[in-house]
Design a protein. Structure first.
Length: 203
């Protein structure tokens, strides 16, 4: 079975995450997409980051109607600070018959050279990349991601996927909830109900 790993804090998970995950599950060469919830680093205080299990529960609620998309708490069980390469090794040992790959945005591909043991990741795992608007483009400067990191874009393990460009951010959602704005269309219904019931992000 081919599994695509989509990492994130998912604070909260929103429809943009689901659009990307579902597109990868349906259009990339993958059997399932696992949404890997990144744990809160206990050495860092960040009041806007919800407890690990609340964020995991929201991913569960968002994905329970999508049989090809699964929530994963695998990183909760690993020592911190954790690195993607360690998670990949752990998963390969736990599920030796599965073939794992990474799902990331084009912006993360640009910084891949900064990852721990990125050469080993490239050598052993496929990477499925979805498009993102570059920050410089959003500011009106016509600089294309395509001109940067051609070494990675052209690597045999890197697969550029023509997925929808989704520019919804969890930060935007949290700020608007705090300011009393209606952001329900940006969240799966069950996720919105969970946030509303627990009064998350309101202060």
């Amino acid at each position: 079975m081919k599994i695509g790993l989509y990492f994130g804090t998912f604070n909260p998970i929103h429809v943009g995450h689901l659009i990307i995950a579902n597109h990868m599950a349906e259009h990339a060469d993958l059997d399932q997409v696992w949404m890997v919830v990144t744990p809160h680093n206990p050495l860092k205080k960040k009041s806007t980051l919800l407890d690990d299990y609340h964020r995991l529960q929201m991913v569960y609620l968002a994905t329970e109607d999508f049989p090809k998309i699964k929530p994963s708490d695998i990183e909760f069980k690993l020592s911190q600070p954790n690195y993607t390469v360690n998670t990949l090794v752990h998963l390969q040992e736990k599920y030796p018959n599965y073939e794992f790959s990474l799902i990331m945005g084009e912006d993360n591909l640009r910084s891949l050279h900064k990852w721990k043991n990125y050469e080993a990741i490239l050598a052993n795992y496929d990477i499925y990349v979805y498009p993102r608007l570059d920050a410089k483009v959003r500011k009106g400067e016509a600089i294309s991601l395509e001109t940067e990191n051609l070494e990675f874009r052209n690597h045999k393990r890197v697969h550029m996927i023509d997925a929808p460009v989704v520019e919804i951010s969890s930060t935007f959602i949290r700020e608007n909830i705090k300011n009393g704005k209606n952001i329900q269309p940006l969240l799966p219904n069950k996720v919105w109900e969970y946030i509303d019931h627990n009064n998350f992000y309101r202060r």
